[in-house]
Design a protein around this ligand. Sequence first.
Ligand SMILES: [Zn+2]
Length: 79
Amino acid sequence: MKYLLLTLFGVVLWWSLRYWRRRGAAGGRVEDRGAGEAMVACSHCGVHVPLSDMVRDARGLPYCGEAHRSLGPAAGDKG
Ligand SMILES: [Zn+2]
């Protein structure tokens, strides 16, 4: 009986870990750099996007999506 409870506990733990990982990947507001995926700022609008959602242009600049990649870096760039 003890093993049944241990197995059940293990399954619940595994399932909840999987749930939280999926929730984070699905686009939740994850701003904690330590726990989540690395974030990069879009060169056009400055929005932070996860590395896996990021799009790069020919120069290697990061963008939040295809739309902003085609628009290019923000005008009036400081520096
Ligand atoms: Zn953008």
